[in-house]
Ligand binder design. Structure first.
Ligand SMILES: *Cc1c(COP(=O)(O)O)cnc(C)c1O
Length: 376
């Protein structure tokens, strides 16, 4: 029996595969590492990874090692890079399970070398250069020291220096001067590694914005995240023909008439101006619906856009339908691709002063993910 659930995030895996195809065309020649960290930005780790590989991605990328291990547990044997190095992770398991590791500091190199010794095989590592984001990675003389030490560890069979990588800070702002500066710094830092003796398989710098708009930043491989899920990385330049994969829906839990002057939800920040129909929507900030969206965000219900009436609660919010009809159990679309009149995640982000990444990623684990087209 198919149980109807009161709310779900429907994920169109064909859209993810199609978006990868689009990225491949744009990033001609560069391989695609599908970034599936944070549950694939809320879309479901294994499902999204499968769809991205079906679409032509040849690598998977995550932030944390635990995510990479889960991909291995799910049966993915494809090259997988864990991008965030923190102390005390089970690096021996990572080496044993053939997970590529990002190394941006000497202490981490030392940890990985010890892990490789206990695992009895060489760790595959990508050296992380700080080209101007001032977050992870090494810069200046630290870079030279890191490269030298890594190549020494390679000579003794402890590591294999597979790649050099960095990350762009301002790729979503066309023409930002930091872009050219980072591409230049990356090129020089790769050259230092190669002149020192690195035999690199891949050099990679670009996120979605770089993959779509910066041919000079593509190198051998690009690491798109947000674009896989059909959301634009550069809102100023439009949608790039990407198809949003997530549609967030909830069924009206209760519909009732309320008299004029009714205060709605906590604090009565919304008050009905005449007799009207109110509907309770059974998702709230406990499900990732931003409380800042109170009296602000729109949803699509009963054939039209409605603004959330009053405060978003932990488990529910209210909408005001006026005299329009809606039955309990009828589906309300919170956001989606926009084809049926609903807002997009980008519209929600714009209204809230954030980015679409946050809208989809924060949809909580209490909301089941559904894959209407089946797995890919
Ligand atoms: C998340 C992430 C990306 C993807 O960024 P998008 O802007 O979502 O395309 C790329 N590289 C690294 C290292 C990341 O952590």
């Amino acid at each position: 029996m198919v149980m109807k659930v009161p709310a779900e995030a429907r994920v169109d895996l064909e859209a993810i595969a199609g978006n990868v195809g689009m990225l491949r065309e744009r990033a001609r020649g560069a391989e695609i590492m599908a970034m599936v960290k944070a549950e694939a930005y809320g879309h479901g780790l294994a499902e999204a990874a499968g769809a991205a590989l079906r679409g032509g991605a040849t690598w998977l990328g995550v932030a944390k090692l635990a995510e990479a291990l889960r991909l291995r547990d799910a049966g993915f044997t494809v090259r997988t890079l864990s991008c965030l190095g923190v102390p005390g992770e089970p690096y021996e398991q990572a080496v044993a399970r053939d997970i590529d590791l990002t190394v941006g500091a000497l202490w981490l190199l030392e940890e990985v070398v010890r892990a490789a010794e206990s695992a009895g095989r060489a760790a595959r590592i990508h050296l992380k250069a700080d080209t101007g984001m001032s977050r992870g990675g090494a810069r200046g003389s630290d870079w030279e020291e890191l490269v030298d030490a890594a190549l020494k560890a390679e000579a003794s069979g402890r590591v294999r220096v597979v790649g050099v990588m960095s990350h762009l800070a301002c790729a979503d702002e066309p023409g930002h001067p930091a872009i050219a500066a980072q591409v230049g710094a990356f090129t020089e830092m790769v050259e230092y590694a190669e002149h020192t003796g690195a035999r690199l398989e891949v050099r990679h710098l670009s996120n979605s914005a770089g993959a779509l708009t910066l041919p000079q930043a593509r190198f051998d491989l690009v690491r798109p995240g947000i674009a896989l899920y059909g959301l634009t990385p550069v809102p100023a330049l439009g949608g790039f023909g990407l198809r949003p994969a997530m549609t967030m829906v909830a069924d009206a839990a209760l519909v009732k008439r309320a008299p004029a002057g009714s205060g709605v939800s906590y604090g009565h920040t919304y008050r009905t101006t005449r007799e009207t129909t109110l509907a309770v929507v059974p998702v709230g900030y406990g499900d990732g619906i931003p409380r800042h969206g109170s009296n602000l965000l729109e949803v699509f219900a009963g054939g039209a856009r409605r603004t959330i009436a009053g405060r978003v609660c932990m488990d529910q919010f209210v909408i005001d339908l006026g005299d329009d009809a809606l039955s309990a159990g009828e589906e309300i679309i919170l956001f989606g691709p926009g084809d049926r009149g609903e807002p997009t995640a980008q519209e929600w982000a714009d209204a809230l002063g954030t980015i679409s990444y946050e809208i989809v990623t924060r949809i909580g684990s209490r909301v089941p993910r559904a894959y209407p087209g089946g797995a890919l």
